[in-house]
Design a protein around this ligand. Structure first.
Ligand code: FES
Length: 578
């Protein structure tokens, strides 16, 4: 380990070292907690941002796992300081966790800024916690290592494997079609989430933790280890040991999160069959790190890297546990090494190339070769046209191929409640060729861009056996969702984007190969509708929501707050200590 700092140069020394009244208070209060000076003096103080809470099932194990992190920190000569952070449970928090991603990012940044810490272990995993913690830590700039919660074990029901989210939607359609009983439904509820850990499909959680690893922000292989595996405990302790070394080495996120590192993350995301949410979070993260990554970077990667992770929902049968046994993310990266910048630095102090030098794949059906992919092009495609001038996104690998080129009449819903009512109407005037539209569900309209983009198939059509149709919205969708869902339409309808102008019966044409989406209405008619358009009523008159709606960026810009972006103003200094 290179020692690039003296104990006197540690940031925490500003709090503990001076011979003045304030430092007396800091030392005295540390002793109030039972710590002798020998335990912190001249040692890196390591923050552990822990997103455990009683409302966060995916992070249940963090309550005890934090002790393993502390063990590692102490063993390496550091002093651990656990700081609870907002837990953002994807299942329980309403109206949507995306409303609060930036709040956790601010929480993380300011917790680090205000406390006497030299480096940080970020404990997250459930969807928004990964990008939020990384956004905050990137802006603060202290040495940081990400500790992914790890996927939960495979679900099981009557001997059948169940996957988070994907099988919930699937069996809900079966229940609506009257094909499974109420008792079966309860058994599916009990069997689909069998252990602590994050969703074990290739949803947003698995996507974002894989992105953290491919960016170089986790230990090699960390994102694939199941939460309930003893290897996860060992990885936690090792993360604690390593962060202490990183502080001495002064290995900061800026040295790791270069533009090529973000290109690696996008490439890996495509090969994983990633969640559509990856786009929003990675754009925000890159901008925090000072790089102008946009939709075009995803489009470029999508054209050159196939989907090789055979994990649901893009894959047909396997889950993250299988992916781990097959070699995990290092195995996958070894298969696409020709597309990666192998000289990127990582938290290990070695390059990505070094980290995956001995990686292997143990099951060629779970982690395919590039020559035998599960989908020939990347997971996501960016469409543009008069309906989405700033772009929208589809996941072609998870929808029926016949919808990749489609033209159909629009059936428009202005909000979720009216859509929900209509969907169950047995007399709803809808065919399988219709394009279902939900609008006012974007960053400001949702608010917070909820995961409503996989609109339910109308019950009438479900009973006829229809299981997929084209759906279009300015919302997001869960990474565990699937189907011909076109998402993130920008600009959103709530601020007067073209989606606001669509009327029932208008024809919409999409062509994924040509990356186009078109509202087949003459421009003169659209101009008339635009002039008549009235903005919807204001969502929030006060509080956090008020701030959110005034500062949130659009989906193609990463949904960060404008004032949190790195280019917004000069750097924030260290806190005064007087
Ligand atoms: Fe937490 Fe899916 S609900 S990862």
């Amino acid at each position: 380990m290179a020692k690039n700092k003296t104990p006197q140069e540690l940031r925490s020394a500003r709090w503990f070292a001076p011979d003045d009244l304030r430092a007396f208070g800091h030392r005295s209060r540390a002793m109030q907690m039972g710590y002798a000076p020998e335990e912190w003096k001249d040692r890196p103080v390591i923050a552990i941002l822990n997103t455990w809470s009683d409302a966060q099932p995916c992070h249940m194990h963090f309550k005890s796992r934090v002790d393993d992190v502390k063990r590692g920190i102490l063993m390496a000569g550091g002093f651990p300081m656990e700081l609870p952070a907002l837990s953002l449970s994807e299942s329980f928090l309403k109206p949507t966790t995306m409303l609060y991603r930036n709040l956790l990012a601010m929480d993380a940044e300011e917790l680090l800024r205000g406390h006497p810490v030299d480096g940080v272990v970020l404990m997250g995993g459930c969807d928004k916690t990964t990008p939020a913690l990384l956004l905050g830590a990137t802006s603060m700039g202290l040495p940081a290592i990400y500790l992914p919660a790890g996927p939960m074990l495979r679900g099981n029901w009557k001997g059948k494997t169940l996957g988070s989210g994907s099988d919930a939607w699937k069996y809900w359609d079966e229940r609506r079609a009257g094909k499974i009983s109420a008792k079966d439904w309860v058994d599916v509820e009990a069997g689909i989430a069998r252990s602590y850990g994050t969703c074990m499909t290739m949803g947003t959680a698995s996507t974002m933790t894989a992105i953290a690893e491919s960016l170089g922000m986790t230990l090699p292989g960390a994102s694939s280890i199941p939460a309930a595996d003893a290897g996860h405990i060992r990885m936690s302790s090792e993360s604690g040991r390593r962060i202490v070394e990183m502080v001495w080495e002064d290995l900061t996120p800026q040295k790791i999160q270069t533009r090529p590192a973000f290109e690696n993350a996008i490439t890996v995301a495509m090969a994983m069959g990633c969640s559509t949410n990856a786009i929003i979070h990675l754009i925000a993260q890159a901008r925090r790190a000072g790089h102008d990554i946009g939709l075009d970077d995803f489009e470029t990667a999508s054209r050159k890297v196939p989907v090789i992770a055979n994990v649901r929902p893009s894959g047909d049968s396997y889950l993250m546990e299988d992916f781990f046994y097959a070699g995990g993310l290092p195995g996958l990266m070894s298969r696409i090494r020709d597309h990666l910048h192998l000289d990127c630095m990582t938290v290990t102090g070695r390059t990505l190339g070094d980290n995956i030098a001995s990686a292997e794949v143990y099951n060629d059906d779970v982690i395919r070769t590039v020559a035998n992919p599960i989908y020939a092009e990347g997971a996501l495609a960016v469409l543009k046209g008069n309906l989405a001038p700033d772009g929208c996104v589809i996941k072609p690998s998870a929808c029926e191929p016949r919808f990749l080129k489609h033209s159909g009449p629009a059936l428009v819903f202005d909000d979720y409640p009216s859509m929900k009512r209509a969907i169950d109407d047995p007399d709803l005037d809808v065919t399988a060729d219709h394009v279902l539209i939900l609008r006012n569900a974007g960053p400001q309209g949702g608010p917070g861009m909820p995961e409503w983009g996989m609109l339910p198939i109308p019950t009438r059509l479900v009973k006829q056996g229809v299981r997929d149709m084209v759906r279009l919205s300015d919302a997001r969708m869960s990474g565990t969702s699937y189907g011909a869902c076109i998402l993130h339409v920008a600009p959103e309808a709530y601020i007067g984007g073209p989606l606001a102008l669509v009327k029932n019966g208008d024809r919409i044409t999409l062509d994924v190969a040509a990356r186009s989406i078109h509202l087949d209405v003459p421009e003169a008619e659209l101009a008339k509708r635009r002039a008549e358009w009235q903005p919807p009523e204001t969502r929030y008159e006060r509080g956090y929501g008020w701030m959110f709606t005034r500062h949130i960026r659009q989906a193609n810009e990463g949904c960060d707050f404008d004032f949190l972006e790195t280019g917004f103003g000069g750097p924030v200094g260290e806190p005064a200590i007087y």
